[in-house]
Design a binder for this molecule. Sequence first.
Ligand code: F6P
Length: 378
Amino acid sequence: MVRKIGISTGGGDCPGLNAVIRAVVRAARLHYRWDVIGIEDGFDGLIFARNLKLLTLKDITGILHRGGTILGTTNRGNPFKHITIEDGKEVIKDLTPKILENIEILGLDAIISIGGDGTLAIARDLYNLGVPIVGVPKTIDNDLSATDLTFGFTTAVNTATEALDMLHTTAESHHRVMVVEVMGRDAGWIALESGIAGGADVILIPEIPFDIEKVVHKVKRRQISGSRFSIVVVAEGALPMGGEKSIIAEASEAYQSVRLGGIGYQLGHAIQEKSGIETRVVVLGHLQRGGSPNAFDRILATRFGAAAADLVHEGKFGYMVCLRGRRIESVPIEAAIGQPKRVNPDGQVVLTAEMMGIEFGRVPVDEVAFDEVEQGKE
Ligand code: F6P
């Protein structure tokens, strides 16, 4: 018999988190008559039992359209390997016993954990320790294979597309190449979809290592044919053929994935050097994670939140909600975090983009055409 549940958000924020929180609280209060405790800053809030708050309907009024998360979040830390400083030294401790104790003290019958692959992996491990936990997948990167889409993704694509629309006019006026670096970690979904929607000339994604010569060929060719500007969208995880990803910081115990970034500037520099065309670089960064979720993401987040409450009601712990086609379903968290979802380099969307003349840095250069470009005949 469920009476009281906890809810937390973990990992990087994304548009739609508040819509999930609102949906869970509404389903819990109006439909199931449960109490809901808001847990702050991911699992940290449960370890230290701080700032725990009973969430009423009033608390979640007016948050449907708000970006971020009213519960706070963190993409550092893991309760199984919690880092503290003792006598000036870093000490790693398993603090999950504190979590189990606090769940008991608070009388929580279930926990709904909203997060990406890192948070869900912790949720899976807590479930294996006996915690009654249900997952809700989130990430702007859309790289979770068990769900067709994660909320936040289409809003991030909208944001990047709007940026590309704006950059088109200035690129065109100045006859420049604009390189736009977007997020996505090791997946190229944001770059691919915003690039198509925003009319990019070149899209570079981690799934297709690129040949810089082909990129340069494309922008030169456009210039010679009278289109004196080019828009290049590059995913933060994209890499040159035979080269490496551009990393800002290596992974550590505290921050479990590498921090990507810098490929935009490297690429912009190479394009300007090799083509002689003035090039500017824009890194969209966390703009893609902020702002109001679009209508699609609000609806998906609401459906996920309601479905997570249903999973708790059914006692389906260790599961997470997911989208399959147009239906909300559920899968074991274990299955969800195995294989990341990547763009298929030979899939329909990439092939369609190539039919539209978008360069992925892999289309074999037609040697004859290339010579003509070099000689300015095209
Ligand atoms: O996973 C979401 C994401 O925004 C990635 O696209 C990006 O690489 C990363 O998080 C950035 O994280 P941080 O908030 O630590 O800068």
